[in-house]
Design a protein around this ligand. Structure first.
Ligand code: ATP
Length: 420
């Protein structure tokens, strides 16, 4: 019986991928597709065009997982070594396949040029390999089985590699592991640090594994947002769904009210849906974020239903002239203060005729901080028909991170104002 395919390793081959100028994106594509098929990627590596490094990586990978996928290094030049090295590691001889050779020659002929002699290499096939036709380029892929494990050699260019994976590898994986799928749930949190989330979430996800369902957890932190990913691969989709759903419910309860999404929606989506449900429209007044909040709100298609507009009030004169912030409030408390944020939110709400106004004023740095108001100090206010609420927050990181944090915190304040 064929060995099941549950684990994989990806080797992205090419010295150019070890320079600062090229990024390995093939492994991201492959990881996403393999996960959909229930295959867990145990390791991926980027390896240069060096025979011994490549041989060591291939050997190690074959000892560890059910499926090894390499991309790149199938070209005609001397530094394209994948085919030879894999044949060597598996002790297979390479022979020129006349049909492949004729195909490559025909491809060149169609372009009106003779095939360079070096392209013969691309027609070399190790003993026992299955040839994977390349609809988009000259180098065919190769599939080999070694002691029950599979190794697939795919071309480097994504436009060649992706259709080859879909046509030749995905059906094979599916046939070897019928019914196996990876399910993932994502719990999104804002307003908490990664370590706070980890502290609360850890006891929950360590207690989830049961009924043969093993849950893997990953925490992804970006400025202003933490995502807890729960995932599990297997055949019993119902059991997996039950365990993951229970995990989501327990995490949502423990981290509430900081959890804003368990169904894939972004913070902007959630705020938009809530505004729409309430029939409210929002206007924004932004100082240190210079339009980023308005940008995030309007990233959502259909946001014209609830976004009226906004003012980038970077200069104090604009805060006074366009948002009716009293000059005396700025003089007394400073531009970065809760009273100024509150006046901006109330002003933009009134000026635009919105039900809800939101304002951000802060010090994004790197300059402009003081002992009392260091870089990262941001005041955010939300004005509704009933109240104006203002908060002062201190965000870590550089200018970009502080600005991103500020917009997430502002969106979250809107979300919370709407939930009462
Ligand atoms: P070719 O026959 O076109 O030379 P090949 O299989 O030898 O194919 P490489 O020469 O290794 O592939 O890579 C060709 C190009 O494909 C690279 O210059 C790069 O643009 C792209 N590429 C290679 N590997 C990757 C990767 N891991 N992620 C994204 N792009 C890649």
């Amino acid at each position: 019986m064929n060995r099941r395919i549950e684990t994989a390793e990806i080797l992205a081959i090419g010295s150019e991928l070890l320079t600062p100028f090229r990024v390995d994106t093939n492994s991201l594509f492959l990881t996403a597709r393999l996960n959909e098929l229930g295959v867990v990627v145990r390791r991926k590596a980027v390896v240069g065009d060096r025979r011994d490094d490549l041989a060591a990586c291939v050997r190690e990978a074959l000892a560890r997982v059910d499926l090894v996928i390499t991309t790149g290094g199938l070209g005609p030049t001397d530094d394209d070594l994948t085919r030879e090295v894999v044949a060597d590691v598996l002790r297979r001889t390479l022979t020129v396949d006349e049909t492949i050779l004729a195909g490559i020659e025909a491809r060149f002929a169609r372009r009106g040029v003779p095939m360079p002699a070096i392209n013969r290499r691309q027609a070399c096939v190790p003993d026992g390999a299955t040839v994977l036709p390349n609809s988009e380029g000259t180098a065919p892929g190769l599939l080999l089985e070694h002691e029950g494990r599979l190794i697939a050699l795919l071309p480097g260019p994504p436009r060649e590699m992706q259709p080859m994976f879909a046509r030749a590898i995905a059906p094979l994986v599916e046939a070897r592991s019928p019914g196996r799928r990876l399910q993932r749930r994502v719990v999104k949190v804002t307003g908490r640090s990664e370590s706070q989330v980890e502290e609360i979430a850890n006891p929950i996800y360590t207690s989830l594994n049961r009924d043969g369902v093993v849950v893997d957890t990953t925490i992804l932190a970006t400025p202003g947002q933490i995502e807890v990913h729960l995932e599990s691969a297997g055949e019993d989709q119902q059991a997996i769904a039950a365990v993951l759903d229970e995990g989501v419910a327990r995490l949502a309860a423990a981290l509430s009210p900081a959890v804003f999404s368990t169904d894939g929606r972004t913070l902007e989506d959630v705020v938009g849906d809530t505004l729409r449900a309430r029939g409210w429209r929002v206007a924004v007044a932004e100082s240190c974020t210079g339009g980023l909040l308005g940008g995030r709100l309007t990233e959502v298609p259909g946001s014209s239903a609830y976004v009226l507009g906004g003012v980038i009030a970077y200069d104090n004169a604009v805060k006074i002239r366009d948002l009716d912030v009293p000059a005396s409030t700025i003089d007394e408390h400073g531009a970065v203060s809760e009273p100024v944020a509150a006046a901006m939110a109330a002003g933009v709400r009134r000026r635009f005729g919105a039900e809800i106004g939101v304002a951000i004023t802060g010090i994004a740095g790197p300059g402009g901080g003081t002992a009392a108001k260091p870089v990262g100090t941001v005041c955010i206010a939300v004005a509704t028909p009933d109240t104006v609420t203002a908060r002062t927050l201190l965000f870590p990181g550089d200018r970009d991170a502080i600005r991103r944090h500020s917009t997430s915190a502002a969106l979250d304040m809107v979300r919370r104002a709407l939930s009462v």
